[in-house]
Structures are given as C-alpha cells and as structure tokens.
Design a protein around this ligand. Structure first.
Ligand SMILES: Cc1ncc(COP(=O)(O)O)c(C=O)c1O
Length: 389
C-alpha cells in the first residue's frame, strides 16, 4: 500500500528507520520521508487515479501508512480547485484558480497533515499526542485524535480565536492557553513531553504532517490535467504547505507524471511577522526569529520556523519570492475574496490574495499567467477578525 523506504535528515541526508517514532534528526533538522518511486511508477499510472475516491488517500503509495486499517481519516483532501473568474477580473488576472482548503474536515489544510501524522503515530505506538498551535493545527489534532481514540494535548496562545478553543475541548483534547506566541507554546511542550509521555507533533518536528500536506501538490497537478500553474501563492507560517508541495513536485517528476518545469513559489507573510520575507530579501539561508510578532492572521504568527531553510530553498529554486502584507490589506482582501467568490476565507487566505496584488504591482506575476492561490482555511473560525471595524 505504501512504498515508504526510509526517513532522511533534510540537512545531512542521514537515514532513519521509518518503523520507529521520530522527531527531529540527530542534527536538529526535519526528517523527510522517502519512497521507492521506481516501484511506485511500475505499479501505478497517473490515469489509474481516476478510479479512486476523492480524498487524499488516493495517493496512498506515496503516503506513510502501511495498511488501510491504520488510516485515520475524516475524508480530507481532494478539495475543489475553482477557476475564479470574478476574483481574477478584480485582481487583473485572467487565469486565477483558488484551491479551497476550507472544505477540509475541521476547516483547514491542517487536516491533511494531522491525518497522516496521527495515523502514522498511532501505528508506531504513540498514545498521547501534543502540539503547540496557532489554532487550526490544534483543532485538527483534537479531531483526528478523537477519531483515532488517542489523547490530545493542545497548547495555544491565550488570544487564539475562540472557535479553536471550543473545537479542541469539544473533541476531548486537553487545552492550555499560554501567555505568548506559538513559540512559547512550543517551549512548554518541549519541557514537559518526556515526563508526560507525549509524542510531539509540532510542525516539521515529526516527519509525516508534511506528507499529508504534500498531497495539495499532487492534487494541483491532477486537477490541472498534469500541467502545473506558473505561480503558486501560499500564506506561510511554519511553511509545511509550501515545503510539502515542493516535495510533491519532485516526486511526481521522478514518477514521470510531470516534467521539470515548476511553478514559481510565492510565500506571503503578515507585515507584523515576516521572518521569511526578511531572510529572503537579505539573501540569508536561515531566518532570524521575528520580535513582537502580531497579526490578525493567527496562522501566520510564527516568529521562527524549524523548516525556514527548506522554505527559502524552495522559494529561491523556483524563482519565486516572499512578500509581506499588512493586516488592513489582509482583511480588505478577505472581503473582496468573499464578495467575488462566495467563499469566506481565513485571514491567511486573504493574505494570499493581498500578496497576489502586491506581486502583480511589482511585476512578479503576469496578468495572463495561471496562478494557483491557496485559501488555507475557513473564515468561520475567525469571527473576531471579521467583526473588527
Ligand atoms: C489557515 C492557515 N493558513 C496558513 C497557515 C500557515 O501554515 P504553515 O505553518 O504550514 O506555513 C496556518 C497555520 O496555522 C493556518 O492555520
């Protein structure tokens, strides 16, 4: 079912046994899952996918779960890719597509990552899972842990939107609200995990959330007839969406499903927390943590990311860029997004749209290019943000 062979340190290439639970590599870098893609290519043609059900497990050969019984699923993935004609006309783009991740279980793309992480962790013996979260990841962990019959421990900033707290508690997770940011929540998890017997599923600190998220890249190719767009616009915090899709493109090329051409990858961050933009502009390989991070787009309030170098590498290799947008631009864009599409986006999705406007103004994307813009979550969970004057 899965052709997973090993885990590989993203910095040194050192290999690890995928049958055991792992967090970071011995060098403190994210571990990436590797598959026997030659064997996958021999047993699966891309046309076979047409017969498969419309969820992300249609790509099970390149996912890290060994048997159907091990899968914990709420029907995540295969979200719609809309041709957004009215929004495109407003933004001055003739070929704008919206990948609407708000239709995932729990209302965001985080469901994909937690489906793989929880499935893989349970199959490898974990029973108590802990995560620091800006909101959506916590909600997704709570839901998938509930579906799996595991315990979930979620640490969120005290000012996280109310919907996330309600969702986590309703699904049976133990929630602690922390004074500070997601980085402070991460410190609490790191300090207590050993004594509490928690397996930590923080962004890129275990190898499989990014595997679920990479399916967005597979879907993008499949939904566009195996022709990738010229540009991908993605709101980035910890960066798993962007890193995952970049990995998917490389795998699909090895499978012979696509050619060597890649979309230019554009990261959008909030002006109040833009470490990747700053590192990109300064030509740095790593990003210095952002001080006093603040933004209405809770998922983008990530001052430091363990996968910063992977994000920056993907952006640069693709010929893309990183841009920052203000909270005012984000909420303005959210309203235009909703009015022109009927989709109430998360502020992070609004940020992506505001980012597109900024990129167009700078001449970094063209009016006639095919552009895939990601609405990563649902606005229904951010009623506070939409209620601001
Ligand atoms: C709706 C939404 N979009 C984007 C992001 C950023 O995702 P990542 O941390 O994978 O870059 C988050 C993270 O919490 C989110 O909740």
């Amino acid at each position: 079912m899965s052709f997973l062979t090993h885990l590989e340190c993203s910095r040194t290439g050192q290999q690890y046994d995928p049958r055991q639970l792992h967090n970071l590599s011995a060098d403190g870098a994210p571990l990436l899952a590797r598959y026997d893609l030659e064997r996958v290519a021999g047993s699966l043609k891309k046309s076979d996918l047409q017969q498969r059900p419309p969820h992300m497990w249609r790509y099970h050969e390149v996912l890290p779960v060994g048997s159907p019984e091990e899968i914990v699923s709420l029907g995540e993935g295969y979200t719609p890719l809309h041709r957004a004609e009215r929004l495109g006309a407003w933004a001055g783009c003739s070929h704008l597509y919206i990948k609407d991740e708000s239709l995932n279980p729990t209302g965001s793309f985080k469901a994909r990552g937690m489906a793989t992480a929880v499935s893989a962790a349970r199959a490898r013996g974990a029973r108590r899972l802990a995560v620091p979260s800006a909101g959506n990841a916590g909600g997704a962990l709570a839901a998938y842990a509930a579906a799996a019959g595991l315990e979930a421990f979620v640490f969120m900033p005290r000012d996280v939107p109310l919907a996330f707290q309600v969702e986590c508690r309703a699904c049976g997770a133990q929630v602690e609200l922390i004074e500070g940011l997601i980085s402070d929540c991460g410190r609490v998890v790191a300090q207590r995990k050993e004594a509490e017997g928690w397996f930590e599923v923080s962004t890129l600190k275990e190898p499989y959330r990014v595997e679920g998220k990479k399916t967005m890249g597979y879907e993008l190719a499949e939904q566009l007839g195996w022709e990738l767009p010229e540009a991908v616009i993605y709101p980035t915090g910890g960066g798993t969406g962007l890193i995952g899709m970049w990995k998917a493109f490389a795998e699909m090329e090895q499978l012979g499903w696509i050619g060597a051409r890649r979309p230019r990858m554009f990261s959008v961050q909030a002006a109040g927390c833009a470490p990747i933009v700053r590192a990109f502009e300064q030509g740095e390989e790593r990003a210095v943590p952002w001080e006093k991070a603040h933004t209405v787009a809770a998922g983008l309030r990530v001052p430091g990311a363990v996968g910063d170098f992977l994000m920056l590498r993907a952006i640069r290799q693709s010929g893309g860029a990183a841009v920052a947008v203000s909270d005012e631009e984000i909420m303005d864009a959210c309203r235009h997004f909703a009015r022109c599409t009927g989709i109430l986006p998360a502020p992070e999705g609004g940020a992506a749209l505001a980012g597109l406007l900024a990129l167009k103004e700078r001449g970094l994307v063209g009016a006639g290019e095919r552009i895939a813009l990601f609405n990563t979550g649902s606005g229904y969970k951010y009623l506070e943000a939409f209620s601001l004057p």
